[in-house]
Design a protein around this ligand. Structure first.
Ligand SMILES: NC(=O)c1ccc[n+]([C@@H]2O[C@H](COP(=O)([O-])OP(=O)(O)OC[C@H]3O[C@@H](n4cnc5c(N)ncnc54)[C@H](O)[C@@H]3O)[C@@H](O)[C@H]2O)c1
Length: 252
């Protein structure tokens, strides 16, 4: 029986202080890996340091809307590790505006964090991974990117996630020859800070109606599929954009 073993391997998780990101960080540590969590939420990153209590956890409090910040810090993290084995792009910003109400400021803010920042993050690790002949990149997208929004996130959010699904395939197609694999998990309704502060009774019932399992995923239920793609159990999986949604999109 083969288990996931990240011993001696190094990972970056963006959005690492978020509900799903933190669950991913915890599983990587449980599986023996080292992980640098990056998030704008410094307070939570610091609390995690105390709670996780291992030198294999490090963090950087960064605003990932700046590609300059991303490129500089990623280069520094990679230099510190010597080799980076995997990157999880879990950072995400929700937007609920209906299409005709989306301002250019809102559009640019969401696309910058959810898509352009992820592009810069992947580019910051890609050549390094290519040179080492090993890299695992997992993007955390959303079912919104497949169905034009509709859970809570709308217009700009759904578009940014659709772009992320496309970016996943681009990186997979070019990286595969170098054993740099890129896959994407599209969560459905997940118990998280992002969705819970936008939730009310009406929305809860609506999401129950959309989701055949009639309940939100726990953050760990979303983190495990991400970690699977990060691991060598998925060594031949590349370019997959998979829904993890309790039965919602049904796109195979
Ligand atoms: N919760 C859901 O139902 C759901 C559904 C579909 C997709 N997702 C996706 O899952 C991912 C994780 O979200 P979550 O549900 O854990 O929510 P979350 O809000 O708990 O996590 C998102 C994290 O991103 C961080 N972040 C936002 N903007 C940032 C910036 N500019 N710089 C650095 N960090 C920033 C936040 O501080 C937060 O910790 C996101 O990409 C989200 O779009 C979530």
């Amino acid at each position: 029986m083969q288990n996931i073993d990240f011993t001696g391997k190094n990972y970056i998780v963006t959005g690492g202080a978020g509900s799903i990101g933190r669950a991913i960080v915890e599983i990587i540590l449980d599986c023996g890996g080292s992980v640098c969590a990056i998030d704008v939420d410094e307070k939570t990153l610091r609390e995690m340091e105390t709670e996780l209590n291992t030198p294999r956890y490090t963090y950087r409090a960064l605003d990932l809307s700046s590609t300059t910040v991303i490129r500089e810090n990623f280069a520094d993290i990679i230099a510190g590790y010597g080799q980076l084995h995997g990157l999880v792009n879990c950072v995400g910003l929700a937007s609920t505006m209906l299409f005709e109400d989306i301002t250019e400021a809102e559009w640019n803010k969401i696309i910058q964090v959810n898509l352009t920042g992820v592009f810069a993050a992947i580019q910051s690790v890609y050549t390094h991974m290519k040179e080492h002949g090993y890299g695992r990149i997992v993007n955390v997208s959303s079912v919104a990117g497949k169905i034009g929004g509709g859970l809570i996130g709308r217009g700009a959010y759904a578009t940014s996630k659709a772009g992320l699904n496309g970016l996943t395939k681009v990186v997979a197609k070019e990286g595969g020859a170098y054993n740099v694999c890129c896959n994407c998990v599209c969560p459905g309704w997940t118990d998280s800070r992002m969705i819970n502060h936008l939730m009310d009774d009406a929305n809860y019932k609506r999401l129950q109606g959309m989701t055949s399992m009639r309940r939100p995923a726990a953050a760990k239920e979303m983190a495990w599929p991400v970690v699977f793609y990060l691991s060598d159990l998925a060594s031949y999986v590349n370019g997959t954009v998979s829904s993890v949604d309790g039965g919602l999109v049904y796109d195979g």
